[in-house]
Design a protein around this ligand. Structure first.
Ligand SMILES: Nc1ncnc2c1ncn2[C@@H]1O[C@H](COP(=O)(O)OP(=O)(O)OP(=O)(O)O)[C@@H](O)[C@H]1O
Ligand SMILES: Cc1ncsc1CCO
Ligand SMILES: [Mg+2]
Length: 242
């Protein structure tokens, strides 16, 4: 089965199984990310207090760690969350948001990469600063999204330029990866499926939007209305075999 056919089936799996995704999100776009996960068919939770986060991660099917507005309490919560994820076998995605602005944040992100994330999702500037250890699926987003693992790579060229004009679309794409990780044990297939679903939904939203203001709700609508058949019809992707 191709990665595209597999993605269509996994989208149905997300709707059937409604995975719980716990998000340690930045303070800028938590509502958008939670709404995007709900629209897709997953169940978001966003608590970050150190005394509670472990309980939330233990009950979640997957975790997203986003460093966008990192502070001392976030660092503590992230440490607890990734420990619980490791102990309970919960897959997690790292979004090293804005690590290119701050050497301490880049060092923290680089350290987190050694603590067992299934997937790194980063924009080009963030991605190019980090070295991705073997065993971590590497997703570099931009006009083209490239998913790489162990010598293989998959590039998704779906999407719409308005995506780049709405803050938090990258954060949401990391959350969508976490939702697919919750139901697909192979993190490379999960990440390919997530970026196909997100890219096709963004393309559908782009045709309905007049600008970034109407693109944002249109993207939520497109995530909710997306069907496996849309992925099969509209996916534009290339496989590079290593
Ligand atoms: N020029 C573009 N054309 C089409 N899609 C794009 C373009 N640039 C980015 N995207 C899409 O926008 C989304 C966000 O990617 P980007 O690399 O901009 O992340 P980001 O900088 O982390 O975003 P944010 O921090 O706002 O959440 C991805 O789904 C990506 O495919
Ligand atoms: C703009 C911004 N600043 C910190 S997090 C965030 C949202 C994702 O880029
Ligand atoms: Mg980002």
């Amino acid at each position: 089965m191709s990665a595209i056919q597999h993605a269509a089936g996994l989208l149905d799996g997300v709707r059937r199984r409604r995975p719980r995704v716990h998000c340690l999100m930045n303070g800028v776009v938590p509502k958008f990310v939670a709404d995007g996960l709900s629209a897709l068919g997953a169940i978001p939770s966003m608590t970050s207090s150190p005394e509670e986060v472990g309980h939330f991660v233990a009950k979640a099917d997957a975790l997203l760690v986003n460093l966008g507005t990192l502070d001392a309490q976030c660092r503590e919560a992230i440490g607890i969350a990734v420990d619980v994820a490791a102990k309970q076998g919960r897959p997690w995605t790292l979004d090293p948001s804005h690590c290119d602005y701050s050497p301490p944040r880049a060092a923290f992100a680089q350290d987190l990469l050694t603590r067992g994330p299934a997937v790194l999702r980063a924009n080009a500037a963030e991605f190019d600063l980090l070295s991705v250890p073997a065993g971590v699926v590497a997703v570099r987003t931009g006009r083209q999204d490239r998913i790489a693992y162990n010598g293989s790579a998959f590039s998704v060229v779906n999407g719409h330029p308005l995506t780049a004009l709405v803050t938090g679309t990258g954060c949401l794409s990391g959350a969508v990866i976490a939702a697919f990780l919750a139901i697909e044990p192979d993190p490379y297939l999960a990440a390919c499926a997530a970026m196909l679903a997100f890219g096709v939904a963004a393309e559908m939203a782009g045709t309905a939007a007049a600008g970034p203001g109407s693109f944002e709700p249109a993207l939520l609508d497109a995530l909710a209305n997306l069907e496996g058949a849309h992925i099969l019809s509209f996916a534009k992707a290339d496989h590079e075999q290593g």
